[in-house]
Design a protein around this ligand. Structure first.
Ligand code: URA
Length: 268
């Protein structure tokens, strides 16, 4: 008698309630998942294989454990331990410490120093994520990942930026409360998420202001409106990315972790 041989299905292989792990990743001309992860800088190929085997890797939202699964690194969304891994080979992410006097555009018809002077060689079609005033220095992100750049500047994602401002002292005790309550500006109220006095030396003080909006000159205007005309202003953080030791006029590539944290900050 002929055996009635049916292909095995997931429900035969896995007990009831076993959710994950349907592996749909078989992309024609795809690249092996462990190779993609290793090339992105996650770990060695061997270590990446272990991560895959341990169920720590998802592709387009599904856990993939199958050895040898192939993916399209340019199109598929890959997470390790819940963190998005940038795998598209042509996407780049940089942090520039914009010096004072540089305009936040890729070219300046008036011939002033601009961002292209610092990043032109790095990749074609880089976007700067928001702007800094010409007189403000500090952290400016640049990428050719348009979706990420859009979300980082969109107010609905509320990504926080941290600024240090040198202002005339003394600082009144209620300045922080006033900034957090909201300062009336000509284009509407602006509120700080947090405020700290970093240093105070008689006539001058260094204050830290965190806010999640990006209107023109907003920090300068808020402080001026509160009686403290800004002497110097620097942005030192943008969401999860810190300026750190990046010197004015220098650019560095963001780390894998920083890019993953930026994705997470805008739910990508
Ligand atoms: N607020 C300012 O006043 N200037 C900047 O460049 C950024 C925020």
């Amino acid at each position: 008698m002929k055996a009635n041989r049916q292909p095995l299905r997931d429900r035969d292989l896995y007990p009831e309630g076993y959710t994950d792990e349907r592996d749909t990743t078989e992309v024609p001309n795809g690249v092996r998942l462990q190779k993609v992860l290793a090339q992105a800088g996650v770990a060695s190929r061997r270590a990446c294989e272990e991560m895959i085997g341990d169920g720590r890797v998802t592709v387009d939202g599904q856990v993939v454990r199958r050895f040898g699964a192939k993916v399209d690194p340019a199109k598929q969304v890959i997470h390790v331990d819940g963190k998005r891994i940038p795998t598209a080979p042509d996407l780049v992410y940089y942090a520039l410490n914009k010096p004072i006097g540089v305009v936040s555009t890729m070219n300046d018809p008036q011939g002033r120093p601009c961002l292209a002077d610092y990043v032109e060689e790095l990749a074609p079609r880089l976007f700067h994520v928001g702007r800094l005033d010409t007189e403000t220095e500090g952290l400016l992100l640049l990428t050719n990942d348009g979706e990420l750049a859009n979300r980082l500047t969109h107010p609905s994602y509320g990504v926080q930026k941290k600024y240090w401002a040198k202002v005339p002292g003394p600082i009144s005790r209620d300045l922080g409360r006033r900034l957090k309550q909201g300062v009336e500006l000509e284009d509407g109220i602006a509120r700080a998420d947090s405020f700290t006095v970093v240093q105070e030396h008689g006539q001058q003080a260094l204050v830290e202001v965190v806010l999640h909006e990006g209107r023109n000159h907003v920090v300068r205007r808020m402080l001026e409106e509160s009686g403290h005309r800004v002497i110097d202003l620097a942005r030192i953080e943008f969401g999860p990315v810190k300026l750190g030791r990046t010197k004015p006029g220098t650019v560095r590539a963001l780390t894998l972790k920083e890019v993953g944290d930026l994705y997470a900050a805008v739910k990508l």
